[in-house]
Every structure is written in structure tokens, then in C-alpha cells.
Design a protein around this ligand. Structure first.
Ligand SMILES: Cc1cc2nc3c(=O)[nH]c(=O)nc-3n(C[C@H](O)[C@H](O)[C@H](O)COP(=O)(O)O)c2cc1C
Length: 174
């Protein structure tokens, strides 16, 4: 029997929010850590699955950050950020970049490339971006970045996020 749920969204409310979250959660994504540099030189980062490629020419990508995020000020002031795409063995790292009141970068030797934002080593891909366009959409701020440098290593298996859980990709034998 199908467990499908159909909901017409009304005035908002708890029920709609849960249904929307569950439905959005049916879209499989990768997992990234967005990094930037605060004005006092502190490294700032948060786990995000809202990364989307936007344009090849010019090279643009976007991330959406909650307006309540403590990283917002640093992202706005820096005008640059990096998107670090995690691989399957990075689950602990993804959890580390959600934790409150800790140094999320503890034990991580970050690299710097062109703009000075911290780049996480050993990722499946890294995109260093200069902020191209910023706008608020509902309860999130959308940062469209122009990619100025990248690295990728397709030999890794990706870390996947679906329905609120980290997963691995199952590749069918040909
Ligand atoms: C898998 C996963 C994906 C997430 N994606 C996003 C996202 O795209 N945007 C966002 O603002 N928060 C996202 N979060 C939540 C933030 O990581 C979390 O709220 C943040 O680390 C809070 O810290 P901050 O206030 O210092 O930014 C995600 C969390 C997880 C575990």
C-alpha cells in the first residue's frame, strides 16, 4: 500500500511545515561544508545540503543559509566563501560543522587558495567563490558565488543526505 501524502498548503502552521520538510527531504542531495573567514580572522563553517550549481558561463553556484545562522554576518562581510563537498567517510565532519559552542575546525589543517577562506582538505570537491549576488528568500539568504578556483577528486564516493539521514550511494554492478 502506498504511503503517499497529499497536502494543500494553507496559512502555514506546524502541520504544513512538517509536510514541507518531509517532502523536501525526498530530494536526495550531497552534503557540503560552507566556509568563510570572519573579519577577526576566525574560521567559520556550517554543514549545508542546499548547494546547487547555477551556471557554467559565468561559473556560478549557490547555497542557502538560514537567516538565524550565526555564520550569516561573516558570510556577508567576507564577500567570499568556499563550498567543500564531503565524501562518504565524512559523516563525522558533517556532524562537527553543526555543533554549537565548539571550535568546528579543531584538528583540521585548512588550506588557503586565492581569497583566504579556509578550504577543507581531502574533499570530493572544493569550490572557492567570490560572492556574486545575495538575496533573501523567505527564511533563508541565498548566496550566489562566482567560482574562482576548484578541485575535484571523482574517485571518492559521495556522502548523501536523504529524508534526514546520511547515506551512501549503492552502485549496481553492471
Ligand atoms: C545535512 C545537513 C544539511 C544542512 N543544510 C543546511 C543548509 O543548506 N542551510 C543552512 O542554513 N543550514 C543547514 N544545515 C543546518 C546548519 O548546519 C546548522 O544550523 C548550523 O551549523 C548552525 O550553526 P550556525 O548558526 O553557526 O550557522 C544543515 C545541517 C545538516 C546536518
Amino acid at each position: 500500500m502506498s504511503q503517499a501524502v497529499t497536502i494543500e498548503l494553507g496559512e502555514g502552521g506546524e502541520h504544513d511545515a512538517r509536510a514541507l520538510r518531509n517532502a523536501f527531504g525526498c530530494f536526495t542531495t550531497g552534503v557540503t561544508v560552507i566556509t568563510t573567514l570572519a573579519q577577526d580572522g576566525r574560521r567559520v563553517g556550517l554543514t549545508a545540503n542546499s548547494f546547487t550549481s547555477v551556471s557554467l558561463d559565468p561559473p556560478l553556484a549557490l547555497v542557502c543559509v538560514d537567516l538565524k545562522s550565526s555564520s550569516l554576518g561573516a558570510l556577508d562581510a567576507a564577500g567570499r566563501f568556499a563550498v567543500n563537498v564531503l565524501h562518504a567517510d565524512h559523516q563525522a565532519l558533517a556532524r562537527q560543522f553543526v555543533q554549537k559552542g565548539v571550535d568546528r575546525f579543531a584538528g583540521i589543517d585548512t588550506e588557503t587558495w586565492r581569497t583566504g577562506v579556509p578550504i577543507l582538505p581531502g574533499c570530493m570537491a572544493n569550490f572557492e567563490c567570490e560572492t556574486h549576488h545575495v538575496f533573501d528568500a523567505g527564511d533563508h539568504r541565498v548566496y550566489v558565488g562566482r567560482v574562482v578556483k576548484l578541485r575535484y577528486d571523482p574517485d571518492h564516493e559521495p556522502l548523501v543526505y536523504l529524508q534526514g539521514r546520511f547515506r551512501r550511494v549503492h552502485v549496481d554492478a553492471e
